[in-house]
Design a protein around this ligand. Structure first.
Ligand code: OAD
Ligand code: ZN
Length: 317
């Protein structure tokens, strides 16, 4: 399973709006829209999702996230026009957007990737309410697994144990020599990365690359957990992702057809647009506002505030 950027984008072009499949209009209110079904059938709502969680009717919640959950923490996403990393190539001095995650370009010029690495190294950013909501799901024994495409490590910082995470596009927590394949902990690279030096292997002098998955590279072995998790899931939450990169994007269709799927995102994306299901709930808009709404419906607001205060020492308002 290699990271599959380009193919996913062309698949979306083929099947996306105007591609002949049923597609929901983008001009919907943030109060939610629903998949294709007969008008007589009761629409599934955010309230229904909250009820399933609150009453523990669903206890095997799988979560899929992308860069949109970390923009409230101050980290730009990739594809948002203007603010996304791929619109700001000058800052990283790369010739085209995906170069920053391409091995061929990395060996030609590793500096842009390490500029990004320096920014994302632990300590620069803090989790937001979205990360802590997932932590609360875990604390309540409801989180089966959180699949993240993010490489900012904020899920770990929020206190979710690594056993509950699948960091599908890798992590800065470890690194590997590109020549002799020796493994190094993050702390061994820290000084070099902070001093804008490209870290080199003390044994063979090869470049040491943090274990971030580049295009064409295999995903971490833990990604295979999806084969167990998705058939078992009884609720799927998808937040802050364009669902443009495979094989991650296709997981959104890997839960059973009867399993409710909730999308919280600024844009209508992936199969929610071109192959909606009857129990889909779509909340378009800001991730924090929508998570707060869900948390309120769950009656967890105070508990979440307490958790954030405990973890950060800060009062969340
Ligand atoms: P994208 O930048 O492709 O998508 C982020 C999505 O989040 C977009 O649909 C945004 O509209 C939405 N979004 C951003 N901020 C939001 C907010 N505050 N509230 C609600 N929605 C918001 O990021 P990913 O889907 O994560 O690969 O991108 C997937 C992969 O592409 C990344 O993992 C990266 C990149 O190549 C690697 O890092 C290897
Ligand atoms: Zn080496």
């Amino acid at each position: 399973m290699a990271l599959w950027g380009q193919r996913a984008r062309s698949a979306l072009r083929l099947w996306g709006p105007g591609g002949g499949r049923r597609c929901i209009s983008n001009s919907v209110s943030a109060s939610g829209i629903f998949g294709s079904r007969g008008s007589s059938e009761k629409k599934f709502s955010l309230q229904d999702v909250a009820e399933l969680i609150r009453t523990r009717a669903c206890q095997r919640v799988v979560v899929m996230v992308g860069a949109g959950i970390s923009t409230p923490s101050g980290i730009p996403d990739f594809r948002s026009p203007g603010s996304g990393l791929y619109s700001n190539l000058l800052q990283y001095d790369i010739p085209y957007p995906e170069a920053i995650f391409e091995l061929e370009y990395f060996f030609h010029n590793p500096k842009p990737f390490f500029t990004l690495a320096k920014q994302l190294y632990p300590g620069n950013y803090q989790p937001n309410i979205t990360h802590y909501f997932f932590r609360l799901l875990h604390d309540k024994g409801l989180l089966l697994r959180l699949y993240t495409q993010n490489i900012d490590g904020l899920e770990r910082v929020s206190g979710i144990p690594v056993s509950k995470l699948v960091e599908a596009h890798g992590t800065f927590a470890s690194a590997t020599c590109t020549i002799c394949r020796r493994s190094f902990p993050e702390k061994d690279l820290w000084a070099d990365v902070m001093m804008d030096r490209v870290p080199c292997c003390p044994v063979c002098t090869g470049i040491v690359k943090p274990d971030i998955v580049f295009f064409g590279e295999p995903l971490p072995e833990r990604f295979l957990l999806h084969l167990l998790d998705f058939p078992m899931a009884d609720l799927l939450l998808i937040l802050g992702t364009s669902l443009e990169v495979e094989p991650f994007a296709s997981l959104s269709e890997a839960v059973r057809a009867s399993v409710p799927r909730l999308l919280i995102n600024r844009d209508l994306v992936g199969p929610f647009a071109w192959r909606p299901r009857s129990r889909d709930v779509i909340q378009l808009g800001d991730v924090v506002q929508n998570v707060e709404r869900l948390v309120e419906l769950l009656g967890w607001t105070e508990e979440l505030q307490d958790l954030v205060q405990r973890e950060t020492g800060k009062l969340y308002v």
